[in-house]
Design a protein around this ligand. Structure first.
Ligand SMILES: [Mn+2]
Length: 271
């Protein structure tokens, strides 16, 4: 039985990433996959890219934003300029060649990984969405292979989740450096401690094997030094909003969970 680690949404949070990488190393896991959004929001985008030099990386919405300078307002432009000043030429070149999707067989299952959906890096799929919308996560697109996936591993919404659907498995690995809740229901929500940790996923099974055998998924949630990370966060345009997210686990544009939330999710920005 081999193990792989899947991380995502580091968002320039150096302390969180260091804590996660140390944990992965302690467990003797050699292979790490990163599902994108290494950069942006936090202050240490370049340092995080350096730490992930030997890690397989996919494209997230923040890499897409930076590569293609997708600025639609003043804040975007400032964010772009700050990243442009922080990121080394070598790392900029690396960001240009990231794939959107990755597929691997583990214990006979086709495991497909991407940042948000098999079609783009910025659409939000949440556990409260309609079932057919969630099911679309398994379907092939022009960016993927031609099969329906058995297991889909994605991220983008910064919250860990595992769901079995039509005998398939959908997993959100959560976020290493910017874990939070997009939605909260004050009457129903439990403790929020978990949403301020550094989160990632481990899969154990026969890697690169099409033969059916055992597979398991393990969520890891690690405490890390948030205060130190924030102390070292100079030159950050969004320090206040980012601090609030790190310390309280509340997304800056948090929505109250309403029954009609399904129709509003396209509006969420800053993920
Ligand atoms: Mn993100």
């Amino acid at each position: 039985m081999e193990k792989i680690a899947i991380i995502s949404d580091v968002h320039g949070n150096y302390e969180a990433l260091k804590t996660v990488l140390l944990d992965i190393e302690k467990r003797g896991i050699k292979q790490i996959y990163c599902l994108g959004d290494v950069i942006g929001k936090g202050s240490h985008s370049n340092e995080c890219l350096d730490l992930l030099k030997n890690c397989f990386m996919l494209y997230g919405n923040w890499e897409d934003f930076f590569n293609n300078k997708r600025c639609s307002n003043d804040l975007d432009l400032k964010r772009y300029e700050l990243l442009n000043a922080q990121i080394s030429e070598e790392n900029k070149n690396r960001l240009k060649s990231l794939p959107l999707c990755f597929e691997i067989y583990i214990s006979g299952r086709l495991v497909r990984m991407f940042h948000a959906t098999p079609e783009n890096t910025r659409e939000n799929v949440l556990e409260i969405d309609r079932i057919e919308r969630i099911y679309k996560q398994f379907l092939p697109t022009k960016y993927t292979g031609t099969e329906i996936a058995d297991v889909v591993v994605y991220a983008h919404t910064h919250t860990q989740n595992l769901m079995k659907l039509y005998n398939r498995t959908l997993i959100n690995v959560g976020s290493v450096g910017n874990a939070f809740d997009i939605i909260r229901n004050e009457a129903k929500d439990g403790k929020c401690t978990n949403t301020t940790n550094a989160d990632y996923l481990i899969i154990a099974g026969e890697i690169n094997s099409k033969k059916d055998s055992s597979i398991s998924f393990e969520f890891i949630s690690l405490n890390y030094d948030k205060k130190l990370e924030l102390e070292k966060s100079e030159n950050n345009l969004e320090k206040e909003a980012f601090s609030q997210e790190l310390l309280t686990g509340k997304f800056r544009n948090i929505k109250k969970y309403e029954s009609n939330f399904n129709d509003a999710h396209y509006d969420i920005d800053n993920l």
